[in-house]
Design a protein around this ligand. Structure first.
Ligand code: GLY
Length: 342
């Protein structure tokens, strides 16, 4: 798609016509592993039993957050540079225009639930660090160590090879003799640096909710906040239009307000698939004047209020996928790559 038709969206209210109920309820996650599948299977039941999208989304997020093998989200997530796991999450309810989020939350396994409480029981949108932890404890959340053995080993291995000019790694007299593989080769199953999950759902009433939850950029500087807890960047939900979520390099997603952009594109009539692709092209266009070779690693997912879905990633060899559960059953939806091979 050419940059020329990336017009800024109209601010006039638009009513989406022909709202189909055919594919509602619906729940999706950007996670495509076994836990993503499990989250969809379990939380589909919430929707079919008349539960709300908010409940289904929270519980699906918790399923993924509590998987200790997943190094990108919740318990077991990769830590910051100091070895401390700091979690980010956001929640949005498209029916009530309510949102809540937590950033740099330590020692709580399920940040999505804390974000939901911020949304439903405060007039604030974002709590950070110690304040977010105090809030979670006030609601009875238990403090726990979030650093699993797997994540700790990956972090230590990262420290070892971080710099040839510090004292981590092999002793000086063995440097350049021992040919160590990088920590990525040592841990081939490691999730991408920016791993995150999005969960979006529509319930039987047509109400839409979404959550984005992550341990954020691995080995980040203490205190770094990514896009996931930023409403409009890592997540946006609007009952009249749909929902959108982002994974990938949070810095780009924040600067481009990507999730809000996708919603605005859908409001103008673009499908979720087109909206995901539009957002990726918009980011590349932003960098085209500064560094035309820069294609950051992003993957976007979106759903429309009609129950359509979309998914696109910035680059790579293999098409991105997302897990979808609707009345047709469970499926892996295959999206598109905006810049193949970059
Ligand atoms: N998208 C996750 C992060 O950048 O923290």
């Amino acid at each position: 798609m050419g940059a020329g038709i990336l017009l800024f969206p109209s601010v006039n209210p638009v009513t989406i016509q022909n709202r189909s109920t055919g594919l509602r309820p619906l729940i999706i996650t950007s996670h495509t592993n076994e836990t993503g599948h499990k989250a969809m299977a379990l939380r589909w039941e919430v929707l079919t039993k008349g539960g709300s999208a908010v409940d289904a989304v929270e519980r699906a997020a918790n399923t993924i957050e509590l998987d200790p093998e997943d190094t990108s989200v919740g318990y077991g997530g990769l830590p910051n540079e100091n070895g401390v796991v700091q979690l980010d999450a956001s929640f949005m309810d498209g029916k009530t225009y309510s949102a809540g989020a937590v950033a740099c939350l330590e020692r709580i396994k399920t940040p999505a639930s804390v974000a939901r409480l911020v949304m439903q029981h405060t007039d604030h949108v974002l709590l950070t660090g110690q304040g977010a932890l105090d809030f979670a404890k006030a609601w009875g959340f238990r403090e726990e160590d979030l650093l699993t053995e797997k994540a700790r080993k990956i972090w230590l291995r990262w420290k070892e090879e971080l710099s040839p000019n510090d004292d981590w790694g092999e002793p000086d007299h063995l440097k350049n003799i021992i040919n160590k593989e990088s920590y990525r080769n040592d841990f081939p199953d490691i999730e991408h640096h920016y791993g995150t999950t999005n969960i979006l759902a529509i319930d039987t009433n047509g109400d839409i909710a979404g959550c984005t939850t992550t341990s954020g950029l691995s080995f980040k500087i203490n205190g770094r906040v990514g896009d996931s807890p930023i409403i409009g960047a890592g997540l946006y939900v609007d009952n009249e239009v749909g929902a959108a979520g982002a994974t990938g390099r949070g810095e780009d997603v924040i600067k481009s307000c990507a999730a809000y952009y996708m919603i605005m594109r859908m409001k103008e009539g673009r499908t979720p698939q087109q909206a995901c692709e539009d957002a990726l092209h918009m980011i590349v266009e932003k960098y085209s004047r500064i560094n035309p070779g820069f294609f950051p690693s992003e993957k976007f997912v979106a759903i429309s209020s009609r129950g359509e879905v979309g998914c696109a990633s910035m680059k790579g060899e293999k098409e991105p996928q997302m897990s979808v559960r609707n009345e047709k059953g469970f499926s892996l939806y295959t999206g598109t790559i905006a810049y193949r091979g970059k």
